[in-house]
Design a protein around this ligand. Structure first.
Ligand SMILES: C[S@@+](CC[C@H](N)C(=O)[O-])C[C@H]1O[C@@H](n2cnc3c(N)ncnc32)[C@H](O)[C@@H]1O
Length: 279
């Protein structure tokens, strides 16, 4: 066989080889690359030690539903399921990342409680979460802040790096070279409350001012207003002290739910139930 007669065979072999190479390239499993582009923020994974710390700060248990906003390779959601026994859902815009994380959950044996949604964190509903985790950007944290503040009081939010500006974290921690911040969604308590059950007094008027979890205000009993002392709010739990009209210190600890406040009032060595309604 001379060269001219071998040429078509050679072409076929070369064509076949390049086709096979293309096929191999097309079928190579997707592998995420640090700093790869994302819709609103690039992908960089949180280190395992910081993930563990974030979920520990949030006191995650098997009763929790954890949502990781921008879930990348799935490390946070998978850890929440595997080490903390929680149900977890990751929301990830990049479909290949969402699929990669889904396969990871299967490999790690937690696919029964850990799943991933291919979607946009600004469009998907994560209002059922009891814990929200994120590693985004300061601007994105601020865009999410109103939604997070509307979640059920007591929902824990943990962010790898980045603040929420005036909404100061309830706790800060570090692991490796990273920092994590924890916020507990506070109940909305601002307003004037008609309070009944104060020992030996006419109904009182409780005025509460609120900036995120910081609160202050006054208690008015028998026409005398006194500032609240040591006022604290954590999730739906409220506590404060005040001096009554007779200069005796009194204190209230209460739970807030849907415009009602109910708890205990301590004065003159006795503790009794107290109720209030927001006016
Ligand atoms: C910095 S990585 C964090 C990944 C993971 N949460 C972690 O801590 O390891 C941010 C992730 O958010 C994803 N992302 C960016 N914008 C998004 C959006 N609007 N909706 C959902 N995911 C988004 C990126 O693709 C990337 O995987």
């Amino acid at each position: 066989m001379n060269l001219s007669s071998r040429l078509p065979v050679l072409c076929l072999v070369l064509f076949g080889l390049s086709g096979a190479a293309q096929l191999a390239r097309a079928e190579a499993p997707f592998q995420p690359v640090p700093h790869q582009a994302g819709k609103d923020v690039i992908w960089l994974p949180t280190s395992q030690s910081l993930v563990d710390e974030m979920l520990t700060m949030a006191k995650v248990t098997s009763k929790d539903l954890v949502y990781d906003l921008g879930s990348g390779d799935g490390i946070i959601a998978v850890t929440a399921g595997k080490k903390f026994g929680a149900r977890a859902i990751g929301i990830e815009f990049n479909p290949k990342m969402a699929e990669f994380a889904t396969q990871r959950a299967k490999k790690e044996g937690v696919a029964d409680k850990v799943s991933f949604i291919n979607g946009d964190i600004f469009a998907e509903d994560f209002s059922q979460a009891t814990v929200v985790t994120m590693y985004l950007l300061p601007t994105l944290n601020l865009r999410l802040r109103p939604t997070l503040l509307d979640m059920k009081p007591g929902t824990r939010i943990v962010s790898h790096a980045f603040s929420m500006q005036e909404w100061e974290p309830d706790q800060t921690s570090t692991a490796g070279s990273g920092s994590a911040y924890l916020w507990i969604v506070p109940a909305k308590v601002a307003g004037v409350w008609d309070i009944k059950g104060l020992e030996g007094a006419a109904p009182g008027k409780l005025t509460l001012h609120q900036s995120f979890q910081q609160i202050g205000g006054t208690m008015t009993v028998a026409g005398v207003s006194q500032p609240l002392l040591g006022a604290q709010l954590s999730a739906d739990k409220l506590s404060f002290s005040f001096f009554g009209p007779d200069k005796v210190m009194q204190s209230i600890t209460a739970t807030v739910a849907a415009g009602n406040l109910s708890g205990m009032h301590t004065a003159y060595g006795t503790t009794k139930a107290v109720e209030a309604k927001r006016l």
